[in-house]
Design a protein around this ligand. Sequence first.
Ligand SMILES: NC(=O)c1ccc[n+]([C@@H]2O[C@H](COP(=O)([O-])OP(=O)(O)OC[C@H]3O[C@@H](n4cnc5c(N)ncnc54)[C@H](O)[C@@H]3O)[C@@H](O)[C@H]2O)c1
Ligand SMILES: O=P(O)(O)OC[C@@H](O)[C@@H](O)[C@H](O)[C@H](O)CO
Length: 400
Amino acid sequence: MSDKRQKAIHFGAGNIGRGFIGPLLVNSGYHVIFADVNEQVIKQLNDQDSYNVLILDEDEEQINSISDVSGVVSTSDDIVKEFASPELDIVTTAVGPSILEKIGQTIAQGLHARREAKQGPLNIIACENMINQTSTLRNYVFDHLSDDDKQWVKENVGFANCSVDRIVPPYDPKDSDTPLDVGVEGFYEWVVDKDALQRTPPNIQLKGVKLTSELDAYIERKLFTLNCGHAISAYLGFLKGYKTIDQAVRDEEIRAVVHAALWDEAGAALRRKHKFDEGEYREYVEKIMERFSNPRLKDEVTRVGREPLRKLAKGDRLLGPTTMALEYGLPTDNLSKGIAAAFLFDYEEDKQAVELQKRVEKEGIEKVVADITGFEQGGKEHGTILEAHEELRKKYKQKN
Ligand SMILES: NC(=O)c1ccc[n+]([C@@H]2O[C@H](COP(=O)([O-])OP(=O)(O)OC[C@H]3O[C@@H](n4cnc5c(N)ncnc54)[C@H](O)[C@@H]3O)[C@@H](O)[C@H]2O)c1
Ligand SMILES: O=P(O)(O)OC[C@@H](O)[C@@H](O)[C@H](O)[C@H](O)CO
């Protein structure tokens, strides 16, 4: 690798890291240094000259070879030293929202090293599925900075919130593949807060990234439409015994609930708040249903439904659109059915699912639903969720 090539550091060499963010940074002209705790992946990234990204759309098979990448263990001093590199231009993450706090300290140490080395400005973009994900990371980083470092960071580092969209499930490598290869859908969208990024414009233009001053509209549209429908498909699909998302959305009953939740409830609220054109939004929803139906992704309902407590959090993909719909006096019956199904997601290999089921067993569903959703016991919304929960439980969970 030429030492003078601009560099990017990406935390999280997982599905979306290797399947979308890393390739986009390489295709924009960066050498990408993946930082991960998975030492086997880091070794493979350093041993292999390249890996493949396979586009798994129904109407096309394309293979893109990704090179000019390397790996560093994210808990080592090596990654801190990379922050002091004059070629470093941008830092991105895709580690999972619950991991941001862990990498905050490492990034703070790196920014301190960069200031000590008297290097220039850089941008940081967290690509996690949550609203204001990079602002959240910024707070974690600031928890570990001295006052002098805070001042330098305020003047030299852009923290840009974003919306990242490409469905990238774990890939089961075939004989011809390498362990790093990853299968992705053809669709992708990466929207970044223009104002934050322009404070310290990257030396290389990010190819395929849309810059906007209206990021709230994009991230709410994505999280409250795609991720909302994805989660409802996963939780209802799990209840009905489906293994993959495409199987779940081919079930007419599930498809009807998901489509109504996205169009008449979440979507109606988003169109009211953000004034989206109805025709364009209808195309957006239809495209999402088509993406969910792609059987080549083999996207498991247990991946899409992972971490139910995170997905049931206020402001996330289920309660976020529900609250927005209620504010506009819109129906939420189908969203409530999705929320109820999330409370029945008793997948034993998911820590948060196990924790949620233990809480329900110990405290009772009425109290746990009230605690998590904020809807008071005896209220209309609480009652609707409880009724849906009981109906689904009797239909799919009750031992006959
Ligand atoms: N997969 C998708 O379809 C998709 C699409 C858009 C956004 N996202 C978001 O991207 C993030 C990652 O999702 P994913 O599906 O790629 O998950 P993943 O589990 O495949 O990847 C996460 C990676 O982070 C690594 N990691 C964990 N702790 C770390 C640490 N302390 N330092 C560095 N790396 C660490 C893991 O080893 C793993 O390789 C999540 O926030 C997710 O919501 C995922
Ligand atoms: O990654 P999560 O756990 O926040 O959500 C699971 C999926 O909905 C998500 O990974 C989607 O595949 C992705 O957001 C598509 O852009």
